[in-house]
Design a protein around this ligand. Structure first.
Ligand code: PMP
Length: 427
């Protein structure tokens, strides 16, 4: 595979951009490779600067759920662009977006648009603290909630890949109200409530862990969190940046039938444009300015072009529930196929999956939390990653990320992917 152009671009990039990338997981550092610079994408495929074509299982880390460069989305974006790129004023599209999110997600009565998942979480945590008048937040090891100071404790995703439990540059004071719990360990959360009960503003959780690789919630875990929060007057925040509008119309809360008080969203509601949002019950959301005393703002929030892209994608998802059946069937085919392959070839590895999200862990231990996820052999992952990439299958360059399937993937492409994996494990 020819990679000269990517190599050249990377050499240039590292001189001017830290690590050559604008977000750490793009760097391919943990797999010891040079990142491929992407030039364009369409449907289930991406093409790099050297003209190599890849079957894509990253999907811009989730938002490209209908596939890349979806015609219908592009048309709406083009229409919006002609009318001006930003007004810094209220627009009709924002009203349409808010109405659509409230319609699709029963737990949401009010919603505020922001520009990223990080911002959504930072703002939702502030709203939860403002609403409850309490400071402490429970977060889970290995869950990633963006890079705001309070959330950078044993975070997943790039933080985990880099092997740093906590970021430098975060003052101790910024995280002293962040209590850590173990994912899937309800008893541990109960203990924290026993000690801190009336000081806990919120529990924030990825309803499916997707930033330590995919870690599904155990039966009763989310319902148990719901109960503990209700009993203690704390808010339950579902960070649905990954699961929202992906597992079902109303995301993980519909899939697992558990309601959150506040929900955070990211990229998927922008259809590929930089967007995030947080929402929940009216009485909670009314603490946010200018109605309430929790300050939160954004010059480009609700940007008309981003709203056009996001609306086109969400309206399609809302009107086509068969997309979810398709995504889940493709997930079953891919991850079920991987499970069968591991069994047939006697590979002691773990395949974790929920719907269209999944991960292969190179460990013989069941992966149920951060500690067990870390038993995965990342050297073996790096070898596997390299083979997949060289054979035209683009997966996230880290053990601790999910695979994302889009509606543009087909049975044939899933089978092709399984064949390549099979070739790798048999070689
Ligand atoms: N929460 C979760 C669950 C995420 O997966 C991410 C990023 N993938 C974020 C928050 C942060 O979102 P962003 O990168 O848009 O700031």
């Amino acid at each position: 595979m020819k990679t000269e152009r990517s190599e050249k671009l990377f050499k240039e990039a590292v001189k001017m951009i830290p690590g050559g990338v604008n977000s750490p997981v793009r760097a391919f550092g943990s797999v010891g490779m040079t990142p491929r610079f992407i030039a364009s994408a369409e449907g289930a495929y991406m093409t790099d600067a050297d003209g190599n074509r890849y079957l894509d299982y990253v999907g811009s880390w989730g938002p490209m759920i209908l596939g890349h460069a979806n015609e219908m989305v592009l048309e709406k974006v083009a229409e919006a662009c002609k009318k001006g790129l930003s007004f810094g004023a209220a627009t009709e599209a924002e009203v349409d977006m808010a109405r659509l999110i409230c319609d699709m997600v029963p737990s949401i009565e009010m919603v505020r648009m922001v520009n990223s998942g990080t911002e959504a979480v930072m703002s939702a945590v502030r709203a939860a603290r403002g609403y409850t008048g309490r400071n402490k937040i429970i977060k889970f090891e290995g869950c990633y909630h963006g890079h705001s100071d309070a959330m950078l404790v044993k975070a997943g995703s790039g933080v985990m890949t880099a092997g740093v439990p906590d970021s430098s540059g975060v003052p101790a004071g910024a995280t002293e109200d962040t209590l850590l719990a173990v994912y899937n360990d309800l008893a541990g959360v109960e203990k924290l409530f026993d000690s801190w009960g009336k000081e806990i503003a919120a529990v924030i959780v990825e309803p499916v862990g997707a930033n330590m690789g995919v870690v599904p919630p155990k039966e009763g875990f989310l319902k148990g969190l719901r109960k503990l929060c209700t009993e203690n007057g704390s808010l339950l925040i579902f960070d649905e940046v990954i699961t929202g509008f992906r597992l079902a119309k109303a995301g993980a809360q519909e899939y697992f039938d558990v309601q959150s008080d506040l929900t955070t969203y990211g990229k998927i509601i922008g259809g590929g444009m930089p967007v995030g949002a947080y929402g929940g019950r009216k009485e909670v959301m009314e603490v946010v300015s200018p109605v309430g005393k929790v300050y939160q703002a954004g010059t480009l929030s609700g940007n008309p072009v981003a709203m056009a892209a996001g609306l086109a994608q969400l309206q399609y998802l809302n009107g086509h529930p068969e997309v979810y059946a398709h995504l889940n069937a493709l997930g079953e085919m891919l991850y079920g196929g991987m499970e069968k392959m591991c069994k047939d070839l006697q590979l002691p590895y773990q395949v974790n999956h929920v719907g269209s999200l999944g991960s292969l862990f190179f460990t013989d231990q069941p992966v149920v939390d951060y500690t067990s996820a870390k038993t995965s052999d990342t050297k073996k992952f790096a070898e596997y990653f390299r083979y997949m990439l060289e054979n035209g299958v683009y997966i996230a360059a880290s053990q601790f990320e999910a695979m994302f399937i889009s509606d543009a993937h087909t049975d044939e492409e899933i089978q092709h992917t399984l064949n390549i994996m099979h070739n790798y494990f048999e070689k």
